[in-house]
Design a binder for this molecule. Structure first.
Ligand SMILES: O=C(O)C(=O)Cc1ccccc1
Length: 314
């Protein structure tokens, strides 16, 4: 992963409070662990700090290996003033069930947690507490801290084990995730102007509105990638909110806008869907370079360009 963007006195922000999986993700960004950081209550609050220049960048969950995309993040980064993804981090996610000391499993009727954590522990609750009611919270850590307040609306919370250690809450059960090995992907989002340099193992995130409701419109978009040998690692549709049935495609592709094949695909996309948004090119967390056929390499694009220029006498 690249280092955090340049030296700055501005803090980073993240979906808080302390002890969320999002904070763990931020701590993976070289340079960010030693920098000041402030928690935000939710995605909108985190991005408002970035847009107002009060935070250098915000770490937010974007995709889970079980649940798929995180709509709140996908929608927030593609709407409003332009933002850029600067880095990604992938964090293994394991959950514990915590309660105030003295509370037992039999006392638990309501459980506070983030909707993603609830979705990833469904089977465990079905098997162990089938009647438990979910009380949604802004984050797993917020749910756990809520147990320390007067008269919480739930008796137990699902969170990271780190939060149990920090709060002194009792662990009623651990490793309660339904899918061992599940990971969540997080992105560090800043203002435009900071384009991370290509590393050879990068991703580019785009939001592409379907230009017209007609047969083949999506295929025309996908052709721009296929014909340049650009692999997609995520694609999902999100409603634009304009009218029922109007969708935008949120896409991650292998490669950097500085790679000729990606830049050429972007040119093609701009012709097909001029309203597309470029949300950033940034290093892949797993540092795996893509397989690029020689005819899609930078050199092949440069040679093709030179050939046409020569034919035109330029
Ligand atoms: O609530 C948290 O701790 C978060 O960081 C969001 C989240 C919730 C569940 C799985 C991964 C991330």
């Amino acid at each position: 992963m690249t280092s955090a963007p340049g030296p700055s006195t501005l803090p980073y922000t993240y979906l808080g409070p302390e002890g969320t999986f999002t904070e763990s993700a931020l701590l993976q960004v070289p340079g960010a662990a030693a920098a000041p950081r402030i928690p935000s209550t939710n995605t909108a609050a985190a991005l408002a700090k970035v847009r107002a220049g009060e935070a250098l960048a915000a770490m937010l969950p974007i995709e889970n290996s079980i649940e798929g995309g995180v709509p709140a993040t996908l929608d927030a980064i593609s709407g409003g003033d332009e933002l850029r993804i600067l880095a990604e981090a992938v964090v293994p996610v394991s959950f514990v069930l915590v309660a105030r000391p003295g509370v037992s499993l039999a006392d638990v009727t309501h459980v506070g947690t983030h909707p993603h954590a609830w979705a990833q522990t469904r089977d465990w609750f079905q098997a162990n507490l089938p009647d438990a009611v979910h009380v949604p919270s802004n984050s797993t850590a917020a749910a756990a801290y809520g147990l320390l307040e007067d008269r919480p609306a739930y008796q137990a919370a699902v969170c990271a084990s780190l939060v149990a250690e920090r709060t002194g809450l009792a662990v009623l059960a651990s490793g309660i995730e339904d899918n061992i090995g599940a990971v969540t992907r997080f992105v560090l989002v800043g203002r435009p102007g900071l384009l991370p340099a290509p590393t050879g193992a990068d991703k580019t995130t785009l939001s592409i509105p379907l230009p017209e409701d007609r047969p083949g419109a999506l295929m025309e978009i996908l052709e721009q990638f296929a014909s340049r040998g650009v692999n997609l690692s995520r694609i999902e549709s999100r409603p634009t909110g304009q009218f029922l049935g109007h969708y935008s495609f949120s896409v991650d592709v292998d490669g950097h806008i500085g790679d000729a094949r990606v830049a050429d695909a972007l040119r093609g996309l701009h012709r097909v869907s001029p309203g597309l948004s470029f949300l950033g090119s940034y290093p892949r967390a797993d540092q795996q370079p893509p397989v690029v056929h020689p005819y899609n390499a930078d050199q092949a694009f440069a040679e093709a360009d030179a050939w046409v220029k020569a034919l035109l006498g330029r």
